[in-house]
Design a protein around this ligand. Sequence first.
Ligand SMILES: Cc1cc2nc3c(=O)[nH]c(=O)nc-3n(C[C@H](O)[C@H](O)[C@H](O)COP(=O)(O)OP(=O)(O)OC[C@H]3O[C@@H](n4cnc5c(N)ncnc54)[C@H](O)[C@@H]3O)c2cc1C
Length: 470
Amino acid sequence: MGVVKLRVAICGGGIGGLAHACALAKYSDITVNIYESAAKLSPFGAGIGMWPRAWNVICALGMGEDMAKITSVSPTNSTGPSLSSTVSASGTDRQSSMTVHSFSFRKSDQSNGFTFGNMFSRGPLLTFHRAQFQEVLAQHLPPSCRLHHSKRLKSYSQGRYGGPIRLSFEDGTQATCDVLVGADGIKSAVRSCLLREQAEFARYSGQPSDKQKILACKDYVSWAGSIAYRALIPVERLKEDCDQGLLVLPTTPTIYVGTDVHMIVYPVSKGQVVNLALFHFQPELQGMPYPGPWSKEVDESELFNIARFERWEPTVKHWLKHIRKPTKWAIHTVVDLPTYISGRAVLIGDAAHSCSPHQGTGAGQAIEDAYFLAELLGDPRTTLNTLPQALKVYDKFRRPWTQEASAKAMANGRYFTLHHDGFDFSHADAAAVVQKLHELTDLMIDEWKWCWTTTVEESLKAALSQLQDA
Ligand SMILES: Cc1cc2nc3c(=O)[nH]c(=O)nc-3n(C[C@H](O)[C@H](O)[C@H](O)COP(=O)(O)OP(=O)(O)OC[C@H]3O[C@@H](n4cnc5c(N)ncnc54)[C@H](O)[C@@H]3O)c2cc1C
């Protein structure tokens, strides 16, 4: 290794942290240490989906080939903004040869469920087993990157006018770095420290109103009023039902919607496993404190308490029957933070903007942040002296983008559970329901299409043009 320009410490070895280390690999003048609280990489969860926007980043990082080996869907690489991106209410799908049938929407809380919309995107939603996805990221870590396990960050401190950042871990040890990247997820320790620090800076600089603004989001996270039950079902288990004519294998990801409840189903692990997430939304509880642990394994019998599934269409009952020991997640989101940076510390991924999972974009956004930040840090104009300015550019571009994406995901969650305009889907006549479902389809696709009609490169180019020489 030649002259070292920056020593980067990444707190958290999840999807965002690993992706950031991989993205920094090409900069030989940057050293990277990852500090991960877990004793080994053991991703908790089930499947994750990746849209073309994030997939293009994976490809730019040189992982496309290895990731393609573990997805069930054939990746059609989409570069550049979409030529056609939508749509269908009413089943009259306007699609071009560039588009992929990426989602079907079914009205399912009735015995005769029906498909009311189909979504077409430029490039598919690539679906992965989460553990396999994270393994590929870990395999791409450069040999120079050191991954330290069982290192839970407690706090950090930095001088206002430069000098190294000091990291303190719960095991009593310490480390130093030039840049601290908080990739430590929704319960981020870096975020707590960073916002406290910002509030103090505001007080010192005689800006008490800024201090109040920062402290006003002191809880940082809020319960979305939504519970997810996630499960992976081996196809072998489903085949046991074959003789009853009930074997349904999803080729296109499908969302089964009903009032307050929806279920998303798609294949992972090359079609050997079905990923299923069942959501229960209670709008009146949104923003309330969640009683109990945010995630835990539960008995499958609990699922039958959340809705009158005996009235739902047979396919949904079929999926429910094959679930064993699902994991229950209380969906929390990070409130819109006033900043993602403080001095030489910066937040990426869920630590900055954990959003509801209704567009399948949380991990994708973490990967985008990771890449975006790495390109700014690696640029020759970024030095120890110009670092704060580079981080300001990151905050200026990524914060509004990711916060808007969170709002869109939240809106989709409401649509999937038939919350729209106060319309009563259970009592209106059938024609009015169908009409409203078509409206909903258009709204959902409108909120979603940024995932394949835009690219990270567009905004990265604009961001790089704002870096200044030392
Ligand atoms: C039900 C559900 C479905 C989802 N589906 C999708 C999907 O289809 N597509 C998608 O893109 N996203 C999806 N997501 C979101 C996605 O899982 C997250 O956005 C993504 O994992 C965020 O990555 P991250 O690296 O920022 O955080 P995490 O993956 O949470 O990683 C944080 C890491 O930091 C470590 N850590 C925590 N605290 C400390 C500390 N103090 N010191 C050191 N290390 C620490 C943790 O152990 C962990 O390894 C879903 C989420 C949920 C809940």
